[in-house]
Design a protein around this ligand. Structure first.
Ligand code: AMP
Length: 302
């Protein structure tokens, strides 16, 4: 089942208490694509500059990741720099250099136009909408991520795109900001009126909470002794979640619950190493083995 993702491909500079990386390949679409490709073929729509070479492209090789929608433009690739606090709960953005991302106009190759599952990564909501407009069949699952910047600056465009979204995946702060509700259950009702029938609230080290219009499901973050770099955890979660759902081919309570577990499992691998390092080496059998440990971690009898 084809899964299309639109989002950033970036070079990241990351500092955590465990070390630093000056220039490592990142971006939401990179994390998402590698994560989702462990479950289903992925089509990437993004933009890079001349500094994105064969070496960077090699990270995606050997996985069912189609890069024919990866545009190349004169100039530099999007650059982001961030530093984490000692306990890694806070992140300060040190630099955001849009570079070629500033003029990004997503264009779908003809071969992408039949994509039935779509993940709209965190970009301008009007660009997210333009991706949906280019798809020539009825979509099955549309997931969407966004951030405070778009919630504040382009609320009307975001609302329009949300009308065409099935699953909204954002963090708790963004949920409160979008809805004006502090309580997440009340916030979810607000979200349902905007379009999506499922809200997934990503809560970092506290895991994730899914609120569907008639059930709820909560997963913890998998307990790890060492977290080296939280960058991309949310995008990897989204990739595992959407990848599993696209492979399952249908949305129901069972598949949504499993998607939450797979999202959390894949996110837990990402944070074990810097940047994309762990995700790039991850094997499906490692995912299944951790999913079983996850089941033991969370099951109990009544
Ligand atoms: P996460 O840790 O899941 O929030 O995602 C981190 C990734 O998002 C990094 O690899 C960055 O390159 C990318 N990123 C940071 N800021 C932005 C932005 N404004 N738009 C798109 N991608 C971004």
């Amino acid at each position: 089942m084809s899964l299309l993702v639109v989002g950033s491909v970036a070079f990241d500079a990351i500092e955590t208490p465990f070390g630093k990386a000056d220039r490592t390949l990142g971006g939401a679409a990179s994390y998402f694509a590698l994560a989702a490709s462990l479950f289903t073929p992925v089509r990437v729509v993004a933009i890079v500059g001349e500094d994105f070479t064969e070496k960077e492209q090699a990270v995606f090789r050997g996985r069912p990741i189609d890069l024919s929608g990866l545009q190349r433009a004169p100039g530099k690739t999007f650059f982001w720099a961030g530093r984490y606090s000692q306990n890694m709960n806070e992140r300060t953005t040190l630099a955001t250099e849009l570079n070629v991302f500033a003029d990004f106009q997503p264009t779908l190759p003809v071969t992408y136009q039949n994509s039935s599952n779509v993940f709209l990564g965190n970009i301008d909501p009007s660009l997210q909408r333009s991706v949906l407009r280019q798809i020539r069949r009825k979509t099955k699952i549309v997931g969407l991520d966004t951030m405070n910047y778009w919630i504040e600056r382009t609320p009307a465009e975001l609302r329009e795109t949300l009308k065409h979204t099935h699953i909204l995946m954002i963090n708790d702060e963004e949920t409160r900001q979008l809805t004006g509700e502090h309580n997440l259950l009340r916030a979810a009702k607000h979200v349902f009126r905007m379009g999506p029938r499922t809200l997934v609230v990503k809560r970092g080290e506290h895991g994730a909470l899914m609120i569907h219009d008639n059930f709820m499901f909560s997963v913890p973050a998998f307990p790890l002794e060492e977290v080296h770099d939280p960058t991309g955890a949310g995008d990897s979660f989204a990739g595992g979640f959407m990848g599993y759902l696209a492979a399952a081919g249908r949305i129901n309570e069972q598949t949504l619950r499993r998607a939450m577990v797979y999202g959390s499992v894949v996110g837990s691998f990402t944070v074990e190493r810097f940047g994309l390092d762990r995700l790039a080496k991850l094997k499906r059998r490692e995912i299944e083995s951790r999913a079983r440990r996850f089941w033991k971690l969370t099951s109990f009898q009544l």
